[in-house]
Design a protein around this ligand. Structure first.
Ligand code: URA
Length: 203
């Protein structure tokens, strides 16, 4: 087991970390992943914003409201989904996490996902999509695609999505985002009227 896997507690939390000096300065707390440790579905965002930094929970601001609405529409309960981020500390001035910061936090994310062993990961936006896939992603064009990504020792199914915030500044992204989350529910067999069987094998 990696050092980062050992660092996670039974709730898959890091607890303390000082690897990224700029983030240690800008955060008020570490924002850990939330949700069941046996969730079938994991959504991965970029990193906490101001609201999340204050609340200590991912996706609680306006983006979180959109995400919750899309979950409800898809027949998913937020409480059943593991919600986490590529970096667990708020970058200053809401800038994107830097490559070194993403790398510093990657072991925690890989360890979290290894322990969860989910049916499906949804990447919310360009940053987590590129981080998990290790290539550049045209997120608007690729949103809704299911691809395989190597995470730690395992290959994982990843459904690419635009970030929920994109729907706030570009209304035309909303239907596509909701359809992608509905697709996630379908893929894990959680959508209404589903037989309960995962259809991942079809993709
Ligand atoms: N945006 C993210 O990518 N993650 C959060 O937790 C909140 C907003």
């Amino acid at each position: 087991m990696s050092e980062d896997a050992d660092a996670l507690d039974e709730n898959l939390c890091v607890g303390s970390c000082e690897r990224c000096p700029a983030l240690v300065d800008s955060r008020s707390q570490i924002v850990e992943g939330v949700g069941p440790v046996d969730a079938d579905l994991v959504v991965v965002g970029e990193g906490p914003g101001a609201n999340e930094d204050e609340a200590g929970e991912p996706f609680v601001g306006r983006s979180g409201d959109v995400l919750d609405e899309a979950f409800r529409d898809a027949g998913l309960a937020r409480a059943d989904v593991r919600i986490t981020n590529c970096v667990r500390c708020r970058p200053p001035d809401n800038r994107d996490p830097r490559t070194d910061e993403l790398a510093n936090c990657r072991g925690y994310l890989e360890a979290e996902i290894a322990r969860l062993d989910p049916d499906l990961i949804v990447t919310l936006g360009k940053v987590p999509s590129e981080h998990l896939l290790g290539r550049s992603v045209g997120i608007t064009a690729e949103s809704g695609d299911v691809v395989d990504a190597r995470l730690g020792k395992a290959s994982r199914r990843v459904l690419l999505s635009v970030h929920p915030a994109a729907t706030l500044y570009d209304r035309s992204q909303r239907d596509g985002f909701f359809e992608t989350i509905a697709r996630a529910a379908d893929l894990i067999g959680a959508s209404e009227g589903s037989s309960g069987q995962s259809r991942l094998g079809e993709f």
